[in-house]
Design a protein around this ligand. Structure first.
Ligand SMILES: Cc1cc2nc3c(=O)[nH]c(=O)nc-3n(C[C@H](O)[C@H](O)[C@H](O)COP(=O)(O)OP(=O)(O)OC[C@H]3O[C@@H](n4cnc5c(N)ncnc54)[C@H](O)[C@@H]3O)c2cc1C
Length: 395
């Protein structure tokens, strides 16, 4: 089989479609193979960090995302008893980003914006009902076997990006290990149109509440507040997803209020895992296929988008012949290291902070807030700018 002169991407999630958009922008033809019959409507990530917005801006997608989302210039940590423990404003890093705020918007909005933009572009092809199963590497390309409506089809390309999520078939086909661990507790996300700002006047759109018993976060998106709680191992899925249970959890957020309208309740198993390598020959892993972490701090999808931009910017150079193939090795070197050093560590630390009584954490936050340099450094870390700088340093 002759190799098709294009890049194959498994998965049309946010990471696969950002990779496609950057490649097409660089003049590289792509075929995205998506197992589902349509783009996912699942509401998982809702936070876009400042450097991610800068990247999406380069792809011409930031404006539409911002228009459909909510701008959150500040975020805060709280305790139920004492209110605000610490509050930070991204204005302090406005010298380093064109978007000194988080945008709160569901990831399913981004995939639709990108797909809409790319449709009709000669270099873009997206196939639904196309599940990548087998991967075979040839001298100058990769061939994949696709399961489509009970039949097997084959496609080839110069490179393959496995952006097919946490259960990645591409990662499995290559036999790449995915070590790490699964948290004992599951996480329940309950969405309600109730506006908590009517009863907590100083509540920011992004708010994390420490509590050793039942920490939670309150994240505002247009028209809804998403509240996430840990669910203990002894609490069954059936109980966790029952209407009364969601009511009892929400009732504990603000005493005296009950009978919330619940728009959605979704339960997630949560893991911390990083693939042993992000590259094997002509195949790369990106996004959840390469790394997963708990959602505290909103770094999974953002980190995946950073992977996609890092990788595809190099693929464009190699495609054009302006850089040698060896350039591609820098992707694994940079992105895997910052995933381990930064995304995994920070998301675990965020969970530890929230499940504490808030006393020591609150002291640390006050010290940081009282010092301009430390606030600046802290915001660089929280916004993930520090991780991108670190990746650059790794060469
Ligand atoms: C409750 C919750 C909240 C979160 N909040 C945030 C947040 O605020 N910010 C943040 O940065 N991250 C957050 N995350 C993490 C974020 O949702 C993921 O990191 C993100 O979805 C990863 O994107 P992806 O494109 O890599 O994978 P996915 O979104 O999982 O997309 C993978 C795609 O590949 C397709 N696919 C699967 N197998 C195949 C195959 N064999 N062949 C072809 N296609 C295939 C799937 O159908 C899917 O469309 C959150 C996660 C959860 C659970």
């Amino acid at each position: 089989m002759a190799i098709d002169e294009r890049v194959l991407i498994a998965g049309a999630g946010p990471v696969g479609l950002v990779a496609a958009a950057n490649l097409v922008r660089g003049g590289v033809p792509v075929t995205v193979l998506e197992a589902g019959a349509d783009l996912s409507t699942e509401s998982r990530a809702s936070t876009f960090h400042p450097p991610t917005l800068d990247m999406l801006d380069q792809l011409g997608a930031a404006r539409a995302l911002i228009a459909q989302g909510l701008i959150a210039p500040r975020f805060q940590y709280r305790t139920k008893q004492d209110g605000v423990l610490g509050q930070f404003d991204f204005a302090a890093i406005a010298d380093l980003t064109r978007h000194p705020y988080r945008v709160q918007c569901e990831q399913s909005k981004l995939t639709r914006i990108l797909h809409q933009q790319l449709r009709g572009t000669a270099q873009y092809e997206l196939q639904f009902d196309a599940e990548v199963r087998e991967v075979t590497q040839r001298g100058t390309g990769v061939e994949v076997a696709i399961a489509r409506k009970g039949k097997t089809e084959r496609r080839s390309g110069r490179w393959l990006i496995g952006a097919d999520g946490a259960r990645s078939d591409v990662r499995r086909a290559l036999g790449i290990e995915f070590p790490g661990f699964t948290w004992q507790e599951r996480f329940l996300v309950v969405s309600t149109p109730f506006d908590f700002r009517t009863v907590i006047p100083d509540l920011d759109a992004v708010s994390y509440v420490t509590d050793p018993e039942r920490w939670h976060f309150l994240l505002q998106i247009p028209g809804l507040c998403r509240v996430m709680f840990p669910i203990r191992p002894e609490e069954t899925d059936e109980l966790a997803l029952s209407g009364e249970f969601a009511q009892s959890l929400l009732a504990a957020v603000i005493p005296g209020i009950s009978n919330y309208e619940v728009a959605h309740a979704t339960l997630y198993k949560v893991h911390q895992r990083v693939a042993k390598t992000f590259q094997r020959g002509r195949v790369f892993l990106a996004g959840d296929a390469a790394h997963i972490n708990n959602p505290l701090g909103g770094m999974g999808m953002n980190g995946g988008i950073h992977d996609a931009i890092n990788l595809t910017s190099r693929l464009i150079e190699v495609w054009r012949g302006t850089k040698p193939e060896a350039e591609l090795e820098r992707y694994d070197r940079q992105r895997r290291a910052v995933t381990l050093e930064y995304i995994e560590q920070q998301s675990i630390q965020n969970k530890r902070n929230l499940e504490s009584d808030g006393a020591e954490f609150g002291r640390r936050l006050k010290e940081i807030a009282a010092d301009k340099t430390r606030t600046h450094d802290y915001l660089l870390r929280v916004s993930m700018i520090a991780s991108l700088r670190r990746a650059q340093e790794l060469g």
